[in-house]
Write a protein that binds this ligand. Structure first.
Ligand SMILES: N[C@@H](CCC(=O)N[C@@H](CS)C(=O)NCC(=O)O)C(=O)O
Length: 326
């Protein structure tokens, strides 16, 4: 595993994320060869993974559970990658996979990168269609509309797309991926540069959220989903494991209230699994936590305390309704 990270580290000790390899899109029109079709695809995720978590939240907010099934891997990988050891006999009951790598190699026998989640598998062929996580969640919003539940929110409305894309770009670079750049840096300088950029951007988002309840517009959008998945992992993993420790989330009042507000919104907190998060991060990167000890803390009880952000106006679902309780 260490060798894989070396491949993704620049000469200056900066961590560089690999490109997504499977970029076919599942579309309403089906021109890609992969039409939206109920029951045809399976979304494979780790509940620990922030990139996969986006699609889990969006799937639930839009009510796509019955048309796009969900496979969950063990939070701990072995040398063969993600595995289905949480399922009976170690096999995903729908795809029959024991390892996610089987679906990657079926899609491309020459594939030599990391086998990552989220991945969408075509049940007709058993191959990965896409591991392109930014596109997966957007396509659930824009291509799967025929199957959205009544009252589903509009997470990527055309009139807000430019603003959402703009926020997403900086949040990705300095926050979503920024915590990884801190954690996987192999030089002091690279770590410090990423650390400064991360907290400068968190400060900027915090100022933006002082007077508005959501990042863009008056209700939840894809931009909130993407920031939330990193904030939900901040104190449980990134503060300690990735050395993102200028402040804890709980010490940044506006962001902490914003994160709690989302956490208490159906579709967000009910998709967070802190146990998977902690076990995955602390147990998976021997180059930064060689003994694999998983911390007992932090105390998570604060997540359900009042956030007071209703006074800012807005409403989470706009004209829509929350997804029913699970
Ligand atoms: N597909 C993207 C992002 C998804 C991603 O990094 N997922 C992580 C979990 S959070 C993963 O599956 N890692 C597997 C590995 O590194 O072997 C990438 O390759 O960078």
């Amino acid at each position: 595993m260490a060798a894989q990270f070396t491949q993704e580290t620049s000469a200056r000790g900066e961590w560089v994320r690999q490109a997504n390899h499977f970029t076919d899109r599942i579309t309403a029109e089906g021109g890609s060869g992969f039409p939206v079709e109920p029951g045809r695809y399976r979304l494979i995720v780790s509940l620990a993974c922030p990139w996969a978590h986006r699609s889990v939240i969006v799937r639930r907010l839009l009510g796509l559970e019955d048309v796009l099934s969900l496979g969950i891997v063990d939070p701990l990988r072995d040398e063969r990658g993600w595995r289905f050891t949480l399922d009976p006999e170690g096999r995903d009951p729908v795809t029959g996979l024991s390892f996610l790598s089987e679906a990657y190699l079926k899609g491309d026998p020459e594939f030599a990168g990391r086998y990552t989640v989220p991945a969408v598998v075509d049940l007709r062929t058993g191959s990965v269609v896409t591991n392109d996580y930014p596109q997966i969640s957007l396509d659930l919003s824009t291509e799967w509309t025929r199957f959205h539940r009544p009252g589903a929110p509009s997470l990527y409305p055309p009139e807000l797309r430019a603003d959402i894309d703009e926020v997403n770009a900086v949040v990705f670079n300095d926050i979503n991926n920024g915590v990884y750049k801190c954690g996987f840096a192999t030089s002091q300088q690279a770590y410090e540069r990423s650390f400064e950029a991360l907290f400068a951007r968190l400060d900027e988002m915090s100022r933006r959220l002082e007077s508005r309840r959501y990042l863009v517009g008056e209700h939840i959008t894809e931009a909130d989903v993407r920031l939330f998945t990193t904030l939900a992992r901040f104190d449980a993993a990134y503060h300690g494991h990735f050395k993102c420790n200028r402040y804890k989330l709980t010490e940044m009042p506006t962001l902490w209230a914003y994160a709690r507000d989302l956490f208490q919104t159906p579709g967000f907190g009910d998709t967070v699994d802190f146990e998977h998060i902690k076990r995955h991060y602390y147990g998976t990167h021997p180059q930064i936590n060689p003994n694999g000890i998983v911390p007992v803390g932090p105390d998570l009880s604060g997540w359900s305390t009042p956030h007071g952000r209703e006074v800012l106006g807005g409403s989470p679902f706009g004209d829509g309704t929350p997804p029913p309780a699970q």
